[in-house]
Each structure stands twice: as C-alpha cells, then as structure tokens.
Write a protein that binds this ligand. Sequence first.
Ligand code: SF4
Ligand code: SF4
Length: 340
Amino acid sequence: MLEQRRLGKTGVSVSLIGFGGIPIMRVGVGDAVKVIRTALKSGINLIDTARGYADSEEKIGAALKGQDLSVFLASKSPKRDRPGLLEDFEKSVSRLGVDAIDLYQAHCVNTREDFDKLMGAGGGHEALLELKKEGRVRHIGITSHNPEMLKAAIRSGEFETIQLLYSIVEDDAGREIIPMAREADLGILAMKPFGGGSIEAYEIALRFVLSDPQIVALPGMASVEEVRKNIAVAERPSALTADELGQAARIKNELGARFCRRCDYCQPCPNGIPISFALHIPSVRQRVGDTVMKGEAYRDLYKKLGACDECGNCEERCPFDLPVMDLIKESRSILAEVLE
Ligand code: SF4
Ligand code: SF4
C-alpha cells in the first residue's frame, strides 16, 4: 500500500506518486492500457494528463473503461478564454469517458499576459468556476514553469493545487514557491521528477522529491517496468543521505540548464522531425558510445534532421526557452561524425 498524501485544501488523499500522462503518447493503445492498469493495481490512484498530450486522454479513457478502479483524474487545458476552456473540458470528459474530472488545471500559464487573460473578464478561470459550481470539475488547479506566475497564482487564492517543475536538477521551487504553497495549503504536484527522462539516477531523483511529505510526484511512465521501479522507490521514500545529495549536485552540474524535458510541447514540426529524440543525441553518445548510433533508427533520424528549414516554430513553443535549432544542429553534426 503506497503512502497517501493530502492534496492541500482539496482535502483529498492521493498516493504519493501519481501517473504522469506524457510518455504514453509514444506507445500504442494496448501497451498504454497495460501500463495504466498496472499502475492503478499497484496502488497509484492519481492520473495526470492534458488536452495537449496528443491521445493521452483517450488511452487513459480506454484503460479505465469497464474497470472497477478508484482514481483521482487530473487534466488540463491550455486555453485562456472562457469558451475555449469550456470546449476543451467537453473534449477531456469525452476522451476520458467520464462525466466529471477531479482536478482541471489551467495548463502552462507561463507569462503575465497569459495569467491576466486567464483571470480577467471572460477568461478561462470563469469557466473553471462555472464547471466547479456544476460539479463537473471537483477542484481547480494551475500549472506553470514560471516562478513569478506561480507566486501570482498562489497569492490570488483562486487555486487549490499548483503543478510545478521540481527535481534534483530544477530545485529552485524548494526555496520560495513550495513554502508559499504550503503556507496557503495548496496541493503541490511535482512534474518531471526525472527531468523529463534526462536523469538516469531515478531512485535518487524520486526520493529527493518525495522527501517533502507534502509533495505528490508525477513521474511519467510508458512501460510496466517503469511502473514497478517507481513503485519500489515510492514504497520507501527515505530522505537522501549526504553522499546521495552530493551525487544529486553532480548530476545537476553535468546537465546544466540546456536539457530537453521531452515534453513535446514543441511539436508538431512541419517537417516531421522528432525533436526530443534528436536533442538527446549528445547524452546517448555520452552514455552508450557511438556504436548504437549506427543503427537504423539513428540513420533515419539523421535523414530527417536534414529537413529542418529553421522555421523557428519549435523555439517559439518550447516553454524552457531552449535554443532548439542550435541543439538540432549539434545533434546532426554528431550523427554526421558517426555515420559518414
Ligand atoms: S525549426 Fe526545424 S525542427 Fe524546429 S519546427 Fe522548424 S523545421 Fe521543425
Ligand atoms: S525542445 Fe523544449 S518543448 Fe521540445 S521536448 Fe524539449 S523541452 Fe519540450
């Protein structure tokens, strides 16, 4: 039985890890259903997804269909206006196959302009309040990568949960935002505890996040093996030792700030480039050497990278302000070295 944690003022208790719904975008429906059901049967009782995660909501809907499993469902809309958010909500309930959603979040509210639009007259926040009044949304939350917008959201008193980046490589929130959220009794959901897949030391990474007893971590999972690994760590959420803290600091140092979180917010690329896959080429080289990159998948990627016409769409969409086009060039030149 996994430890249950109170999700702030929602008053609901959920498992200390939830199921992050991004990675199931990359697997087929059958596999996604298997992974989700394994997670739920292993004691995870929160699933977090979003309108923006391609077919993630549909796959979750398929996994829940006909099952007698109790689950706290969270989804999100990126719309800032009332009609847009209401429309998104109808899509979410229909894809998930439910009448109501436990937690509906304003997604990725990263700029002041976005926040003001959301909270202003005719904004998405009005829609969230209406849906809550009708009982179709049980709780209201917000997600952001911007500390200033998270502070604004906490101060507004209008949200019951916040979802933020928190991991051994992005630990700033621990100094100001998390204490503020705790003080305001907000539920705290930590996204990307593994830096979107960039941190391989998963045990240290997950224990670091879980060592705060008021945080619920949302690791993404795309295989039964990943579910089992995460459950095994969550069953013993002990604090990091001094040695492990040193290891965490070294990992943070090595990764720096220019790493891809594999969120795929930069997609779709008009030229079909699998951007997050491409951006991991330097770390693949570092971890496993060049040999693996001589395989078919990397040859195919190399060909695709040649199609980048520097339209800049991906950079505009990346919430982490990564210089995506430069990083693609770096990956392409590594592949050229290996393959030509
Ligand atoms: S800049 Fe290149 S990788 Fe980025 S969206 Fe445009 S074509 Fe795709
Ligand atoms: S480039 Fe940016 S938006 Fe695209 S997957 Fe990486 S972190 Fe996400």
